[in-house]
Design a protein around this ligand. Structure first.
Ligand SMILES: [Zn+2]
Length: 100
């Protein structure tokens, strides 16, 4: 039995992540939660950067609906997966049939 102090285990009380880009602050009391929060925030920035304002707006309204009722999102996806997908029509602009 070694009574060595394990500062790595005890060092976590809480930590706050401060985003240099948007100024958001996220506080976590566990390292795993902290890493999760930081990762999620970075991912959000990555997606944000890829979308144009209209797409951001669309995604935000979808997320608002989903986060307001997570059960709805789950059910919608279940519905989606249980429905036989209508075979997507081939691209109407295919050269086939376009030639007289
Ligand atoms: Zn940020």
């Amino acid at each position: 039995m070694s009574a060595a102090s394990s500062t790595t285990q005890q060092g976590w009380d809480q930590a706050t992540f401060s985003c240099g880009r948007c100024g958001a602050n996220r506080t976590a009391t566990k390292e795993a939660d902290y890493l999760q929060a930081v990762g999620a925030h970075r991912d959000a920035h990555a997606v944000w950067d890829r979308l144009n304002p209209i797409e951001r707006d669309g995604l935000a309204s979808i997320l608002r609906v989903l986060l307001a009722d997570v059960g709805f999102g789950r059910e919608f996806l279940a519905l989606m997966d249980s429905q036989p997908q209508p075979t997507t029509r081939p691209n109407p602009t295919t050269p086939e049939g376009a030639t007289p």
